[in-house]
Design a protein around this ligand. Structure first.
Ligand code: FMN
Length: 165
């Protein structure tokens, strides 16, 4: 089914950037999940994008409760295309929904409360290890660089899927 809108949940802004890039490329209207509740009738076919928290796509449960989610994008810190099955499982997304993972970024200056504390503890834990695996080193760099990896190229698979609908 062809989606009629793009709906997203973002904490520090990277998912929002992807949602609007997708909107620009497709001409579909873009709504934050909260505003979609007023602007978009229940049952609409949507592409849903949410930031990844502990492997789960934030807001997916709420979005799926109100809309027909045709495709799902999780925006996290790790590279685009990775960890799809882990994210699908943690998000409890059915196998028949196309799921894409997109690399967002880290903006520690925008983190608040428990999210800030969790990232700070994870960073300190990795920094305190005597020996770090290459994967740990990579994660530490991603956590401390405060970089943005949002790009149109990262959306190419999503755009290709949309073209076939
Ligand atoms: C508490 C917390 C947990 C996170 N867990 C994950 C995770 O499991 N996997 C991942 O790839 N990124 C994880 N991230 C990183 C965010 O998904 C990443 O920074 C994302 O780009 C945030 O998107 P946003 O700017 O739209 O909020 C986590 C971030 C926070 C603050």
């Amino acid at each position: 089914m062809k989606p009629n809108a793009i709906v997203y949940t973002s904490s520090t802004g990277f998912t929002r950037q992807y949602a609007f890039l997708l909107g620009e490329q497709t001409g579909l209207p873009v709504y934050a999940l909260e505003e979609a509740k007023k602007a978009l009738p229940a049952g609409e076919a949507i592409v849903y994008l949410g930031w990844i928290f502990a492997s789960q796509i934030k807001g997916y449960g709420k979005a799926a409760g109100r809309y027909r989610v045709c495709a799902l994008c999780g925006v996290g810190l790790t590279p685009t295309g990775g960890r799809r099955e882990e994210v699908r499982k943690a998000s409890k997304a059915p196998e028949d929904i196309p799921l894409f993972t997109l690399q967002g970024g880290m903006d520690r200056g925008k983190l608040r409360g428990m999210n800030k504390l969790a990232i700070s503890m994870l960073t300190k834990g990795l920094q305190g290890q005597d020996q770090r695996s290459p994967a740990d080193e990579e994660m530490l760099a991603l956590l401390t660089r405060d970089d943005c990896y949002v790009s149109l190229e990262n959306l190419s698979e999503v755009l290709e899927w949309l073209r076939t609908q």
